[in-house]
Ligand binder design. Structure first.
Ligand code: NAD
Ligand code: AHE
Ligand code: ZN
Length: 369
């Protein structure tokens, strides 16, 4: 079938809106009509050419919601008409990782997904007869996309897709990192570095966990207002200080914070986030994605003296089992999604969504098909 799509033909180039061909779903696959998709910084990261797994030409996008159009052979968990959120972290329920009870990092389709291919090693997308790669198992920048059955969460059909598409990545990542990775407790102190969609979702999660002090840190002070609305108690712009930012946070708190979260993808800030964690027990969660070849460092003494360095992917959330419940939470108002959507636009304007992100003017732009 034909589908309108925003194609990244080469790194560093604007997306091109073209009509692509989408082949029918094969065994274990599902054809989805995407209704709404957010634009996440990770899409920009891969488009920049800095992602070791980046392959071109590709249909990006991984924060979407849609409706099932057709299912391939053997698919039983969804049927045409079901409302779904595509998952870049699949959940097969059968692999060593799914069965471990220790992680959400299912490996069922991860190897082919990282190569931009469907689980059988081929692609369902083409343009003028030339193959196009898939992205993160989702490719939500196409009106029609094909994903593996294990990469789909079935959600309440009454849910507002313009909002719940953000549970496909950003908001789930931030809230999940608070509850599943850091396990923030009532009264804990928290520092959040980077106040985009991810950092603001961390703040919302910290508020849910009844954290005490929530310190919001960003070099763009325009982000502080929404951070305050979500529950941040303190606001720090590193540009206002001569001292290293970790020293500023330690001086504000005495011994540092119980939990810090890096939501930028900057390895220098990752170090600062670790070093502002409380001596003896403070922990720092890396959420931001750093470019190819980047490495983190600190003095080992920082760990010897009780700080812990953690990481979190998709907030540790198991998509098929837990995302439907998070959609219900959003519908009840227990997760507040509307303030994240600062812009909505059609597919033709998608490059503006990237511009707004880079200019620090948006939290989430949602593309409406
Ligand atoms: P974003 O661009 O919307 O927000 C980043 C924020 O960081 C901006 O407000 C920016 O002003 C701020 N910032 C930049 N440099 C800074 C600095 N030196 N000090 C303080 N603030 C600074 O991005 P986003 O969509 O919120 O994504 C954030 C990061 O999280 C990206 O690296 C993205 O790839 C990653 N991510 C990871 C996961 C995961 O599962 N681990 C999921 C989604 C996104
Ligand atoms: N492809 C990159 C790594 C990218 C990465 O870390 N992705 C995050 C999700 S970002 C969503 O916006 C993630 O979940 N990683 C776990 C996984 O299995 O991909 C690289 O460095 O190669
Ligand atoms: Zn994302």
């Amino acid at each position: 079938m034909k589908s309108r799509a925003a194609v990244a033909f080469a790194p560093g180039k604007p997306l091109e809106i073209v009509e692509i061909d989408v082949a029918p779903p094969k065994k274990g696959e599902v054809l989805i009509k995407i209704t709404d998709t957010g634009v996440c910084h990770t899409d920009a990261f891969t488009l920049s050419g800095d992602d070791p797994e980046g392959v071109f030409p590709v249909v990006l996008g991984h924060e979407g919601a849609g409706v099932v159009v057709e299912v391939g052979e053997g698919v039983t968990s969804v049927k045409p008409g079901d409302h779904v959120i595509p998952l870049y972290t699949a959940e097969c329920g059968e692999c060593e990782f799914c069965k471990s009870g220790k992680t959400n990092l299912c490996v069922a389709v991860r190897a082919t997904q990282g190569k931009g291919l469907m689980p059988d090693g081929t692609t369902r997308f083409s343009y003028n007869g030339q193959p196009l790669y898939h992205y993160m198992g989702c490719s939500t920048f196409s009106e029609y996309t094909v994903v593996a059955e294990v990469s789909l969460a079935k959600i309440n059909p009454q849910a507002n897709h313009e909002h719940v598409c953000l549970l496909g990545c950003g908001v789930t990542t931030g809230i999940g990192a608070v509850h599943n990775t850091a396990k923030v407790q009532e009264g804990d102190s928290v520092a959040v570095f980077g106040l985009g969609g991810i950092g603001l979702a961390v703040i919302q999660g910290a508020r849910q966990a009844k954290a005490g002090r929530i310190i919001a840190i960003d070099t763009n002070p325009a982000k502080f207002e929404l951070a305050k609305q979500f529950g941040a108690t303190d606001f720090v712009n590193p540009k206002d200080h001569e001292k290293p930012i970790q020293q500023v946070i330690v001086e504000m708190t005495g011994w540092g914070v119980d939990h810090s979260f890096e939501c930028i993808g900057n390895v220098n800030v990752m170090r600062a986030a670790l070093e502002c964690a409380h001596r003896g027990w403070g922990q720092s969660v890396i959420i931001g994605v750093a470019g190819a070849g980047k490495e983190i460092s600190t003095r080992p003494f920082q760990l010897v003296t009780g700080r812990r360095w953690l990481g979190s992917a998709f907030g540790g959330v198991k998509g098929r089992s837990q995302l439907p419940g998070m959609v219900e939470d959003a519908m009840k108002g227990d997760i507040d999604l509307a303030p994240f959507v600062t812009h909505t636009m059609g597919l033709e304007q998608i490059n503006e969504a990237f511009d707004l992100m880079h200019e620090g003017k948006s939290i989430r732009s949602v593309i409406k098909f």
